[in-house]
Design a protein around this ligand. Structure first.
Ligand SMILES: Cc1ncc(COP(=O)(O)O)c(C=O)c1O
Length: 391
């Protein structure tokens, strides 16, 4: 009976055009092999191409040979390695904060941090387009969840007036929105947090390494030096490694070590991932990192303009996440399938990852993309888009 219920649920998902399946991909781009076919990768978060950079690979291999393949335990037991401390010092120096704390993934960080900070009687204010891991953290916390319209600081201000508590209040926002590629109004969020004496947390999963001086992220891009209590970021996207961090004060770090269940009850990151992350931070801060960001910015600008010229309504922007809105999930997946047949891998994104009615192709650009390949991609996107009456 229970299995039949599950099967029925899967049927319902499929009937809505929302069934998902895994595809095997060989390589990390800019070209990959998918189902035995060579294609251009246009949906990876490996924006700077660091996931197969020799320096990171060497660091991971050397640390693995030296220290082993696992940390062997959670950090509070015997899994707190010198590499954890070194990585936290490197993150804090890069982000310009007192200290930092490493988590096993961005998902573990967001759920672990938010559920540790907030609880019953507290209120979490979350942008409507925030990543699912933020929403899950807020739900897990048991706090009241108040979702505000996307990037609408004026409405958030009113909601802060309306929703008072004797407990804690926390504003959380993506720094760079993962499915839209736009930036949060961080200066306004900092001002609101100060005015209402609430905590502010920014998820910079897609900003770290990519925007701001030395790739420090969206706060640096906005010229903000203080006022964001927790700057979370991932190590598995532009940084080409695995794991996540929160850059914060000593006090918050101590609190999270004592209260964050995803940190306390999970084996810590292995030496290879930690060493690769350390190498990645050094690299994004170097002249080579700057060069990669400049290459990326040039290709992002090219791709956006080419899409606009082809008739797509693509906003201007500096991030490598470029959505092409389709609306219907079935048409979106058809769009993606036809592009794959033409040699271009662009993943279709459907609810619940994005709101109903806003299914889209989420194109992402890498510093290593060949401009001619990007031109061919836009030609193919325009040809299929016209056939599907998207542009
Ligand atoms: C905005 C945002 N936050 C958090 C995460 C989760 O990060 P991770 O992939 O390291 O679990 C992602 C990635 O999917 C993301 O896009």
């Amino acid at each position: 009976m229970s299995m039949e219920i599950l099967q029925q649920r899967l049927h319902e998902t499929a009937a809505k055009g929302l069934l998902r399946s895994l595809r095997q991909v060989e390589g990390v781009g800019p070209r990959v092999e998918l189902a035995g076919r060579d294609c251009l990768l246009l949906c990876s978060n490996n924006y700077l191409g660091l996931a197969d950079h020799l320096v990171l690979k060497r660091a991971a291999v050397e640390a693995t040979f030296r220290f082993g393949t696992s940390s062997g335990a959670s950090r509070l037991v015997s899994g707190n390695l010198a590499l954890h401390d070194a990585l936290e010092a490197a993150v804090a120096s890069w982000k310009g904060t007192e200290t930092a704390l490493i988590f096993n993934s961005g998902y573990a960080a967001n759920t672990g941090i938010i559920a540790a900070l907030a609880g019953r009687g507290d209120i979490v204010f979350s942008d409507r387009l925030n990543h699912a891991s933020i929403v899950d953290g807020a739900l897990l916390s048991g706090a009241k969840l108040v979702r505000y319209p996307h990037n609408d600081a004026a409405t958030l201000g009113k909601l802060l007036e309306q929703h008072q508590t004797s407990g804690l209040r926390l504003i959380v926002s993506d720094g760079v929105f993962s499915m839209d590629g736009d930036l949060a109004p961080l200066r306004e969020l900092v001002a609101l947090a100060e005015q209402h004496a609430v905590l502010l947390m920014v998820d910079d999963a897609h900003g770290g390494g990519v925007v701001g001086t030395e790739g420090r992220g969206s706060a640096a891009q906005a010229g903000i030096k203080s006022g964001i209590h927790l700057q979370m970021g991932t190590l598995g996207k532009a940084l080409g490694s695995f794991g996540a961090y929160v850059a914060c004060s000593h006090q918050l770090r101590e609190y999270l070590i004592n209260r964050s269940r995803s940190l306390i009850f999970s084996t810590s990151l292995p030496p290879g991932a930690l060493a690769a992350s350390l190498a990645a931070i050094e690299l994004v801060r170097s002249a080579e990192g700057e060069q990669l960001r400049q290459q990326l910015a040039g290709k992002v600008a090219l791709f956006r303009v080419l899409l606009q010229q082809a008739g797509f309504s693509v906003p201007d922007g500096c991030t490598p996440i470029i959505p092409i809105l389709v609306g219907d999930p079935v048409v979106t997946m058809d769009f993606s399938r036809r592009l794959l047949e033409a040699g271009f891998f662009v993943q279709g994104i459907r609810p619940p990852t994005v709101p109903t009615g806003t299914s889209r192709l989420r194109c992402t650009i890498m510093a290593s993309h060949d401009p001619d390949d990007l031109r061919s991609a836009v030609d193919a996107i325009a040809t299929v888009g016209r056939r599907l009456e998207i542009c």
